[in-house]
Design a protein around this ligand. Structure first.
Ligand code: GLC
Length: 766
């Protein structure tokens, strides 16, 4: 980037415009904590797909000249702008947040000069490093740890690694050296002992993030194309930074309650009989279950919005029958439309110009499951509306959730060329610009369509994402394998997705590719039962991995984990209710709540659910004991009730049927009684609470669990508080939902007590 000297600047509303010798740049004040740095290399507007609406609040700020720089200061942050559009950020108390790096970059040496000469002499050019485009290079100030960046492989702390944001469907087993996966979320949180902040580089082109791999002196992010457009998000803590990021890009909306239940999938259950058989077996084994997913074979020749008439005849009847027994049906939906003249979806799309084209204007054809296929142009509002309306086909059959797959977009005949023509709202744009947005726009189209047609909270699952997709969809981590390394990866991967705004996420429990073993499945369900999206899925040709495919013990262990999940659903639901306001994820790395604890910074095999529960699953073959790190404070072993002091490692027995689980002192957990599916029994008469001694408070929500009326106040909010003398008070602080608990039942360390709620309040001594 070559801006040259700073010549002049002026204030313009919430912007400060800077005029450099060669180019202009600007700083935009969004809120006290959020500043945007922008230079319009290709357009003057953000054209953001992640941020919708104008987020710039009327924050007060001042501009002044000092020591060769112009500073823009809000109450919380100062940006100092120098020649060359170098920008340094400070907190109001003067602490450095981050500064642009002024030194020489030192690219990694991959071949000696002699080697390069030799290669050249033999006609092979040595591969050169280089991002192309432009990069922002920040100085490493000290003990930075980096979190976020979406679904990248590897470990929790991203320091020392390099990643590429380019949505990628690579079926090979994903290991730590993978640079890209299905999602591109160009946001990360930097944590140092003296500071925390987030950086969101809102550029949908292929971007590269080097988190200190090239050098320990700096880290950088850059793009091949597009604008310099990034947000510095300050805050006093990681939760505040996440609050800032999700203020910009949106939070995960409260889901329908049943979507928190267990879901069973396989590529594919091939017929009505097979699906009904799976449902029956679930009930026979006593394993709670709320949904069965239909993979691509429910369609007629892989044509989207069709239904196989032979193997899945009378779909409505099948779905209604399953529904009576508490099962919902979720269907897969790929973007690729079969090239098949005479097939209405294809014909309409061609006629209306809804598919991506070659630069010469021909409909672009590649291949996915149906063979030759064309790609809906989701960047076009009209195409999104059309796609949204098409969901009616599924809703009419009784389908309750739509699983969007292959939307990187995937292609079997090589990647789509960069110049394939798509639409970016009001203008044409190439694949290079729209690639990372494809899944996002498909999810948005699906969500909007379902919302309009159905009125219930849409349940969409997507594989590909960009920043902000959380507003429209849940996500799963794609095609993992039944290998221990992928169970281990699941924890940091889901935690980093959560820190990147994606609160409703999960992995394929048991692993998708390769053959699962009994032990791996048992350990995986002990992680999966805590992940927000809880689905077992496996690939065609692999060993079947429903729990009964193994032995009786597996069924027992599986049931125990799934029952624990159902027990905790009210707690999960409360977390989602809060998360819609705060942006906080459900599954959290310990560092999110224990920033100052250096051990918590890189714990890869433990996590928290909310800020009350700590799960420490076994993720190694053969292990029957687990080293558990408990942060400072008083904890209870969930299984034995034993009280323990944190701030240390403990060694916990962890037989195959047990995932070590700890609860913070003073916790009030809303729980459910046993049920085989969500709301099989009446959950609205008695509020069941599980309490762990100490002082604490919890807000519990009650609503119909299905539609959007809670946004108009149709919910109850119960404030529960616990004091040191084992007195629990419950008070209804918001009453907007017609049903109301009549009783409160408290269980604490084996003792129970019950009380009647009078005028929404009660006091229980237990
Ligand atoms: C992709 C999906 C996988 C699905 C398969 C067949 O590989 O990631 O979940 O089962 O396609 O549709």
């Amino acid at each position: 980037m070559n801006f040259g000297k700073l010549l002049s600047y002026e204030k313009d509303g919430n912007l400060v415009r800077f005029h450099f010798e060669k180019m202009d740049g600007r700083i935009e004040v969004i809120t006290d904590n959020i500043l945007n740095v922008f230079a319009g290399f290709v357009s003057d507007a953000h054209r953001s797909k992640a941020i919708e609406g104008n987020k710039a609040a009327a924050a007060k700020f001042s501009v002044k000249e000092e020591e060769g720089a112009v500073s823009v200061s809000t109450a919380a942050v100062t940006a100092k702008v120098f020649d060359g559009f170098l920008v340094d950020f400070y907190r109001a108390d003067g602490t450095v947040l981050c500064r642009d790096y002024r030194g020489e970059r030192t690219p990694i040496v991959r071949a000696s000069e002699e080697m390069k000469k030799l290669l050249e002499a033999e006609g092979h050019a040595a591969e050169e490093e280089g991002d192309g485009g432009f990069a922002v290079c920040k100085q490493m100030e000290g003990d930075e740890a980096f979190y976020g960046l979406g679904d990248k492989t590897g470990f929790l702390n991203k320091r020392g690694y390099e990643y590429v944001m380019w949505n990628t469907d690579d079926p090979a087993p994903q290991m730590d050296n993978f640079k890209s996966l299905y999602k591109s979320i160009p946001f990360f949180i930097t944590l140092r002992s003296d500071a925390v902040f987030g950086l969101f580089f809102d550029n949908p082109y292929r971007t590269v993030f080097d988190m200190g791999k090239e050098s320990d002196a700096y880290y950088h992010y850059g793009a091949q194309n597009g604008n310099l457009d990034y947000y510095l998000i300050a805050g006093n803590s990681m939760p505040e930074v996440i609050g800032g990021y999700t203020y910009l890009t949106g939070t995960t909306p409260l889901p329908q309650k049943w979507t928190l239940g267990y879901q069973q999938c396989r590529w594919s259950y091939m017929s009505r009989e097979e699906v009904e058989g799976v449902a029956k077996k679930m009930r026979e084994c006593g394993i709670p279950c709320d949904a069965i997913h239909l993979d691509i074979d429910y369609m007629d020749g892989y044509r989207v919005f069709t239904w196989n008439p032979d193997r899945f005849g009378q779909a409505e009847e099948m779905i209604a029958g399953l529904q009576k027994d508490g099962f919902k049906i979720v269907t897969i939906m790929d973007p690729g439309v079969k090239r098949d003249p005479g097939y209405p979806v294809y014909d309409t799309g061609v006629e209306k110009g809804y598919f991506a084209t070659t630069p010469a204007g021909e409909v672009y054809v590649n291949a996915v499951w149906p063979g030759d296929a064309v790609y809906p142009d989701f960047g076009n509002q009209e195409v999104r509306d059309w796609w949204g309306q098409n969901q009616k086909f599924l809703l009419d059959k009784g389908v309750r959730g739509v699983w969007n797959d292959m939307n990187e977009p995937a292609s079997f005949r090589g990647e789509l060329p960069q110049d394939v023509v798509f639409t970016d709202e009001d203008e044409k744009a190439d694949h290079a610009r729209m690639h990372n947005l494809y899944g996002h726009n498909m999810a948005k189209a699906t969500y909007r369509g379902l919302r309009e047609l159905d009125g219930r909270r849409p349940f969409v699952i997507t594989r590909a994402c960009y920043a902000g997709t959380q507003k429209y969809s849940t996500a799963w981590t794609g095609d993992n394998h039944s290998i221990w390394a992928h169970l281990q990866m699941a924890i940091p991967q889901l935690c980093n997705l959560g820190l990147s705004g994606m609160a409703f996420v999960g992995t394929d429990v048991g692993g998708f590719g390769s053959d699962c073993t009994k032990e791996l499945l048992c350990r995986w369900v002990e992680v999966g039962c805590f992940s927000p999206l809880f689905r077992n899925h496996s690939a065609m040709g692999t060993r079947y991995q429903e729990p009964w495919r193994f032995d009786g013990e597996t069924i027992e262990i599986y049931r125990k984990a799934v029952e624990l999940r159902y027990h905790l659903i009210p707690y999960y639901y409360d977390l989602f209710f809060q998360g819609e306001k705060t942006g906080m994820p459900i599954m959290r790395p310990l560092v999110l709540h224990y920033e100052k604890d250096r051990t918590a910074r890189s714990l890869n095999s433990e996590f928290m659910v909310g800020d009350r529960l700590l799960a420490a699953p076994v993720v190694n073959q053969g292990e029957r004991e687990k080293m558990v790190y408990l942060p400072a404070g008083k904890w209870y072993d969930y299984w034995t009730g034993e009280e323990m002091e944190g701030g240390r490692y403990i060694l916990r027995d962890a037989p195959l049927d047990l995932c070590p689980l700890y609860v913070k002192a003073g916790t009030i957990l809303p729980v459910w009684q046993k049920q085989r599916y969500v709301n099989e029994i009446d959950n609205d008469s008695t509020l069941f609470l599980e309490v762990f001694p100490g002082e604490g408070q919890w807000d519990h929500f009650q609503d119909n669990g299905e539609d959007f009326t809670y946004r108009d106040g149709a919910y109850n909010q119960y404030r529960c508080s616990l004091d040191a003398d084992n007195v629990l008070r419950v008070e209804c602080v918001h009453n907007g939902y017609e049903k109301k608990y009549g009783r409160v039942n408290v269980r604490c360390m084996g003792r129970t007590a019950e009380a009647v709620l009078e005028n929404g309040s009660c006091r229980i001594l237990f």
